[in-house]
Design a protein around this ligand. Sequence first.
Ligand code: DGY
Length: 363
Amino acid sequence: MRWVGRKGRLERIGNEFNIPHPLPDHPAVLVAGIGDNGLTVAKVVMTLSVPGPAESRLRERCELEILGEILAPERYWESIRGADALLPQLRDRIDDAALDAAGPGLRVVSNYAVGLDNVDIPACTARGIYVGHTPDVLTDATADLAMTLLLSAARRVVESDREMREGRYLGWRPDYLLGQEVTGATLGLIGFGRIGKAVARRAAGGFAMRILAYDPAGVVRSGELEVEDCSLERLLVESDFVSCHLPLTEETHHLIGEVELTSMRRSAILINTSRGPIIDEAALVHALSTGVIAGAGLDVYEREPEMAEGLAQCFTAVLLPHLGSATWKTRAAMGELAARNILNVLDGGTPIAWANPEVTPRR
Ligand code: DGY
């Protein structure tokens, strides 16, 4: 099956069951999106290669172009001209300028991420473009990494590793590199969506932690979990560990700043695996270096790939380079979902996971 079109209109020919159709099966015969019968084939622009079968799935049916690097906006706009579908990374900005550059044939933006802060969803909706993304498949990997950061920061794993490598371990002592007890401690979850809930399950089930949750959209309890719904203020005051699991929006930008950090316990540890700008990073550096809080575990930063000045010298912070979903299995599943989001739309349906159900799709 393949999508073909004239003047921007796509239609399906052939099908999954090898019923003969007029187009050759092999994309190698396509030149610049034109099949040997003169019909255009749906053009999909993917920014970077991803693990797993996504590329071959798309290549079977479309003209797939992989840019291979994150391009500056002008070059990105140039390369997506005439695309029917985009498969961007979270570092690509999909805004009005990008949508204008892609042109009137663009029908779906399928982000290779669950977070959609790089995509102007209202602009897509206004133009009848579906916005797909990759929730669920990365929930476990991201929750695992949040727990990794929590445990590593609590037990000072990175500082301790340096002690060993730099030859500073001189033998066991009762007061050497003491950290925070995790079992039975209170965990405050800021954001109680899929990933927040998955962290709660791990923390409550594995470490008997008491769970507090705050979510601007309201805390929806999930059956078996014992969770106390509370205000952000109370959560910050009462938690031994605070972990952020919110999308980045205008409302969540700098949700945690100097005032919030000051209200936390001096022994508290702050974890962030969601989006960097939710925390005022300069205020966090100040809080860590003056002992306002005991530590942090960060996977995301305000201005990636850079870090705020002084953060690298805060050794009570465990710092990872945006690895929440970085397992082979999860990254392949994200690719497969992102590809299926596109293929479904080209096939006349809706993406599997999408963020703008109110869209009136382009035809
Ligand atoms: C996301 O999906 O939003 C992550 O940040 C990358 O997996």
